[in-house]
Design a binder for this molecule. Structure first.
Ligand code: HEM
Length: 493
């Protein structure tokens, strides 16, 4: 009897001790959280404690809209989760994407990349990135990009042919599909010296399908980084498919680049000019090691394909829905000589305005481009942020700031006829600072040529209502890139 009483006393004492420890831990956690600088940033109460809500919106492809709505409620700087802040103001993005790259890319970029290799896109090492940009940047410069014009022109011409055939056969062409094939084949030729031939075949290449599988896993990895070791070993269908796809891509890239190198060495006159030609001919100390070259090639495919295709899809859709804008654009394009080149296209002011407005309202990368606050912390939009905080400025919100872009939801190319300094500073479609888009000049050339040829080929094109196509189909799901939720964009002649 006595021993039972002693046991009960001991149990009571232990329970009290455990309860005291639990209460202390909770109190400590609450106190520590409330003392963090990020707790002073405006935002919903739950974002101090958990990232569950924002993760939910990310998985649904809605995070960018969710963050945009938070700004409407809480102002220009918002706490999105316990370690993430959004500050899409001109002042905010100038600081975050500054020229010294003191805010480095966050872990998101590495988690997003399946294959565990470091590239100029995913690296947070500024020196690594600078070396790559120095060695790879020359062919992408404005003065050099015209070397690739014949490739772009011949693939745009083929795209027009294929779109025309589809319009004749089924009454409408799927712009999303054809612009994707177009940009895929351009990047294939400019990277490997050979096209993926998706335009000819009218279907994605094996390589494109592999890339899609890998991208899907990238989204999961970026959302749940703690799962990454498991995604490498678990025998679960999508994980296995993505791992196999990553291996296929790696083999394809290294075989293609080796083949190209052999051609350069044996008979340079037969080798097509690519984004890597200069590098392949360079001396060893002016070259990237082969594995880094492979990483760069994969980066070009990822960064240069869907971005261009999505921009072209929204641009053509937006113009085809607005007869007055379409007529004005066509009228300007009809002033071109029959044998026009990109030099002529650069001289067309309305064409430029249409492209800039499409890049503003339908940015292909509209969400935050996450960076890390450097050691010592930083002052941002009137608030102190501790080092290590993830911070970004999303183009979606900045491009809809009505103080900078009056009537922001209107597709109005005219607004770019005489842009203010603030409009230029707020333009984030290609990112900003030392990590801004490396392919910007190539992208602009593709956009100019594709827009001009499309509206000269199909001057009266209208958005189709066939096969379930509606305005709702073009509602954008936003993961890192935009994706029209209907998966197609149909237009008729
Ligand atoms: C309309 C088409 C395009 C758009 C809207 C676009 C947009 C962007 C944006 C927003 C970034 C910055 C990402 C960040 O800071 O996280 C970026 C980076 C990059 N883009 Fe593009 N891009 C386009 C076309 C291209 C093309 C055609 C290529 C090359 C083939 C390319 C290659 C790259 C590379 C290599 C980077 C990484 C730069 C770095 O981190 O140093 N992009 N792009």
């Amino acid at each position: 009897m006595e021993s039972i009483t002693t046991m009960a006393d001991a149990l009571r004492a232990n329970t009290t001790l455990v309860a005291a420890v639990v209460l202390y831990t909770i109190a400590f956690h609450i106190f520590a959280t409330l003392r963090k600088p990020i707790s002073k940033i405006p935002g919903p109460w739950y974002s101090k404690w958990t990232s569950v809500v924002v993760t939910y919106h990310w998985l649904k492809g809605n995070k960018t809209y969710y963050v945009h709505d938070l700004h409407a409620t809480y102002g220009p700087i918002v706490r999105v989760s316990p370690n993430e802040v959004s500050a899409p103001t001109v002042e905010g993005v100038k600081a975050i994407y500054n020229s010294r790259e003191t805010f480095v890319k966050s872990r998101f970029y590495q988690d997003f990349t399946v294959g565990d290799y470091e590239t100029l896109f995913n690296t947070s090492d500024a020196a690594f990135n600078r070396r790559h940009r120095r060695l790879l940047g020359a062919p992408m410069m404005e003065a050099n990009i015209r070397t690739f014009e014949p490739t772009v022109v011949s693939l745009v011409n083929l795209t027009m042919e294929r779109m025309g055939q589809e319009m004749d056969e089924r009454g409408a062409a799927d712009l999303l599909k054809w612009w994707t094939f177009f940009s895929t084949d351009v990047i294939g030729e400019l990277t490997f010296g050979e096209s993926f031939r998706t335009l000819q075949q009218g279907k994605p290449s094996t390589y494109t399908n592999d890339m899609k599988n890998v991208a899907q896993l990238g989204g999961t990895r970026a959302t749940f980084p703690t799962l990454i070791p498991l995604t490498k070993i678990l025998p679960i269908g999508p994980f296995e498919r993505a791992r196999q796809a990553a291996r296929n891509i790696s083999t394809y890239v290294s075989d293609s680049l080796s083949r190209y190198q052999r051609l350069i060495d044996s008979d340079p006159s037969r080798a097509a000019h690519t984004l890597f030609t200069k590098m392949n001919k360079a001396k060893d100390d002016d070259k990237l090691p082969f594995d880094e070259l492979c990483g760069a090639a994969q980066t070009y495919i990822i960064a240069g394909t869907d971005t261009t295709a999505i921009t072209m899809t929204y641009l053509t859709w937006a113009v085809c829905r607005r007869p007055a804008i379409q007529a004005k654009l066509v009228e300007e394009l009809r002033t071109l000589p029959a044998d026009f080149t990109d030099i002529h296209l650069r001289e067309l002011p309305y064409l430029r305005c249409v492209i800039e407005e499409a890049l503003r309202l339908y940015t292909a990368v509209p969400g935050g481009l996450p960076r890390v606050v450097p050691p010592g912390g930083a002052e941002l939009v009137g608030h102190h942020l501790a080092q290590g905080t993830v911070v970004s400025g999303q183009a979606y919100t900045l491009h809809r700031d009505s103080a900078i872009f009056p009537r922001p939801l209107e597709f109005d190319p005219e607004r770019w006829a005489n842009p203010t300094k603030e409009m230029k500073d707020a333009f984030l479609a290609f990112g900003r600072g030392p990590r801004a888009c490396l392919g910007l000049n190539l992208a602009w050339m593709e956009l100019r040529m594709a827009t001009a040829k499309f509206f000269l080929s199909f001057p009266d094109a209208t958005v189709s209502g066939k096969v379930g196509m509606s305005d709702g189909s073009m509602h954008a799901k936003i993961f890192f890139l935009v994706k029209p939720s209907g998966g197609q964009c149909l237009v008729e002649r």
